[in-house]
Design a protein around this ligand. Sequence first.
Ligand code: DAH
Length: 346
Amino acid sequence: MILPMKELVLRYMEEVDQATASSADEVEKFRIKFLGKKGILNELFAEFNNIPPSEKRELGFLLNQLKEKVQQKVEQFRSILEMSKPFQKLDDLTFSADFYPMGSRHPLSIVERRIIDIFARIGFTIAEGPEIEDDWHNFSALNFTPDHPARDMQDTFFIEKRADGNDVLLRTHTSSVQVRIMEKTKPPIRMIFPGRVFRNEAISARAHCIFHQVEGLYVDTNVSFVDLKQTLLYFAREMYGESTRIRFRPSYFPFTEPSAEMDISCPLCKGEGCNICKHTGWIEILGCGMVDPAVLENCDIHSETYTGFAFGLGIERITMGLYQIKDLRLFFENDTRFLHQFKAAF
Ligand code: DAH
């Protein structure tokens, strides 16, 4: 009987789960069986070309999972063999027979590290700021007018109301770190600020009261919108692949002028239109703009000498796009069945 491919892959997964090996030879046999030139995985990947497109996404995912499973198993076999060597010789009866399962990195950490790594390659360094902020760093220095709706109790978690108006609050964005850095650092500044932010939102599949952002800031002489575009194009291509296109839509943020939102061409359908990009071919990934001169002046940076650009992106949104995760709450529930599916490249 010829099994449908999905079933076959699932059976192989089970076989891999149950496989044992007690010598280097056996490990090698197992490896060749699955990963060898004429091994099972190569055969399956060859067959993958013949299956109908509608099944490709699910099967592709399963095939990659199987491959990772086999690679992990081989590594596990090898480290068990390696670890048991000297102890066998020494006949150490106190040696534990149990191997603790390895943890895995949280998907948000995986994506945050990737983002940091991409910007580090073009000279951005990292800094962090406090999660408990004051009104000045989170709002006033960033040009939010006193009556701006973001200052409303409905959007911001306030910790303490102060008579002088410099209320204590949980930061609503990582843009606050821009201010902290610019207050104490002279340009050139080329930095990113990853971190956790808080907003008074009802929890749903698409929103949470805690989430994560990465903020970017570049201040120097002669920084222009061209630098902003080139930097973000580099980021988009490193993150989503060489053929990725970007587009900017005019927008408004109090702390940048001009401001824009950046979309990338949908990595799944390459811009043709699919469910993920709601048939537009584009996906919004960040907000950005040229730092408003008033913000530079608030931080004692001379706005006629220096210009800068800034951007802010949401890690949850990017992670959901990359892994096709439909419900944001999964990130915070710590269900290991969910978390174990993600493998870090570094
Ligand atoms: N702080 C904004 C937010 O939380 C994101 C953002 C937009 C940051 C534009 C920026 C920027 O630095 O230039 O929605």
